[in-house]
Design a binder for this molecule. Sequence first.
Ligand SMILES: [Zn+2]
Ligand SMILES: [Zn+2]
Length: 549
Amino acid sequence: MGQIRVIPLGGTGEIGKNCTVVETETDLFLVDCGISFPHEEHHGVDIVIPDFTYLLERKDKFRGIIITHAHEDHVGALSFLLPQINVPVYATPLAEALVRSKLEERVKHLEPNFQRMVPGVPFELAGMKIEPIRVTHSIPETCAIAFHTEHGIILFTADFKLDASPVDHLTSDVKRLAEIGEEGVLLLLCDSTNIDRQGWSPSESEVGPSLKEIFHKADGRVLVTQFSSNIHRMQQIVDAAYATKRKVVVGGRRMDMTFQLMRRMGYLKVEGDIVIQHDEAKKYKDHELAIIVTGSQGEKMAALSQMSRGEYSRLKIMPGDTVVYSARPIPGNEGGIWRVVNNLVRRGAKIIDEFHSPIHVSGHAYLDEIKEMVRLTKPFYVAPVHGEPRHQQHFRNMLLEDGHAEHRVFVLDNGDQLAINDERAWIDEDKVTTSDVYIDQHGNAVVSRDVLRQRTSLANDGVVVLTIVVDKRDGAILNRPRADVSGFVASGDAVEDILDDLNNILGRLSPAEISQAEFLEATVLEASQKIIWRRTSQKPVVIPIVEAV
Ligand SMILES: [Zn+2]
Ligand SMILES: [Zn+2]
């Protein structure tokens, strides 16, 4: 029997850009194709996507992409991959609708090949039986994915929790998970995001009563911020508004688009005539209004952030407003979030980011649910995914404590090739290249590491342009180098001293050396970087210009 490889191109050792290859001798399948967000030092980078080289080199055996659910860390990079390889995409109706709306925004003239996937209904792709199994998460139609391979079942849990009372009443298909556990799960790739949280995650439906209480008690307007993709939360906000006789205004382009789409498709049920437009809001008293807004992560251009700066023309924050943070900060976003919160407080708003009962619950399983998933599916091999190294290590220790054999746990890193044949599984010595690809969405282009280094230098130390004028007939330098600086600061006569040092070095060059513009530019660059560092301990971007007259 042949060998099967499971290769994470993203999503292991990190939370974000989930993208995993399942490859047989003849066929290649991809599970998810997501993005992650840049760190603060990635100046001007909007999103990070996986490196698709491995897929592009295997175009002829690439059979399709299977989407577990419509969160950006699972689908956000499709608009970068599909224009290069337009393979079939298997997705549920909700995932397809959200992905389509994103694709239309970014890619023109692409006719994606969506194939309808229904939770609980297996399908065949290139002879592989693939089975989507319903699990609960913060967005409807999330599916664990089972590959029925010749060696046994490879099961991706997807992002999951075992919510006994989900908002849409559709619980995880625990019965089917247990059945495939009996059929024989060879490898379980399990969500490990909340492995370090004890017990069982609270049900999403626990958020509703808290929201209702806040809506009921507040005398003024209530603004709720959350992720636009959290459809269950959106439903509960709408329900709380209905129960407390408030009208709902949706603020922020992405939130409004998702709201309308989900409403049209029936995923969001709105009772009565409670949704109104911004300009109708003035007809109602403050305590009759609830406003759903984007910006829970402090994103600069999101509606709530603009409101916090007083730049949102359609709504001004006033004393008496209550702002509810119904989302957890993604690590790394805290600084931006607190800036927004502080500005909102300055404008008189009351902030609720904690409450005696939950205003936010996680969509990911806690420790005991993860244990339950392992107990149900009885995997032979386990690989913790959707987690940083600390989460993966926690997961591994938990398994070992529960008596799982060490050689049956694989802590994978992006690019690792987990190979399986009919005798054993192992991590191949060869690693696939999976460096992060940085995207500047406004430039619509990839930002290289060199450019990132330059941007860091520019941000920290500015730029120094050095101009040298050369007589092209006899190779003489006609001026003392001239410096034009922008964003570069140095004390006293430092710039003059730098130019003196540079002038001395240039004085030692022969006319032949001076006549070669490229050589001269390289010499000026190298020498001036050293001089600037020696005199100021700074590393500005240096641009040498040689003018021949
Ligand atoms: Zn998710
Ligand atoms: Zn995720």
